[in-house]
Design a protein around this ligand. Sequence first.
Ligand code: HEC
Length: 156
Amino acid sequence: MMKKYSILAAGLVSVAVIGTAIAQETENPAIKARTSIMKLYSFNIATLGGMAKGETEYDAEAATRAANNIVAVLQIDQSEMWPAGSDNVSDPSTRALPDIWENFPDVGTKAQALADAAVAMQAAAGQDVDSLKAAMGPLGGACSACHKAYRAPEDK
Ligand code: HEC
């Protein structure tokens, strides 16, 4: 019995190793940094989204923490994280479309829209679940507006 399990475990390990080898891991520290920022947005917006959808119980303090975190992450200056040549045509490990480098003012506008929505969420999150829900649309919308314009689909 033990043996069977360990063979199975070994099989799973090798599948995991192959999976990692196939996925394109970026070597570019700037891309790593900016996608890490995106992951921090994602983690915190998931907390808020779960409450907005009623999947998790509304918790004013946890919601406020998540909104505060998004606002805090927005304070990070990303100027050095989007160097020329780090678009998905030059480097297949990123999903950043070359259009970003052609449209800096518009990218800035979309980033500002996120900042505005995050500040509104910061004010709303701790009030009650209806306020949180109302602030969720503009916040999620700010993420997807930029992704629609400037991020390649997952399987390009
Ligand atoms: C101003 C534009 C912009 C805004 C606003 C924006 N993103 Fe992104 N996001 C991007 C781009 C471009 C990429 C692709 C980056 C890359 O692959 O180098 C990306 C990638 C991501 C990824 C994938 C990260 C990875 O590990 O590859 C996640 C998750 C993500 N964004 C979440 C969010 C969330 C959540 C928000 C809103 C709170 C948000 N983003 C707001 C432009 C934006």
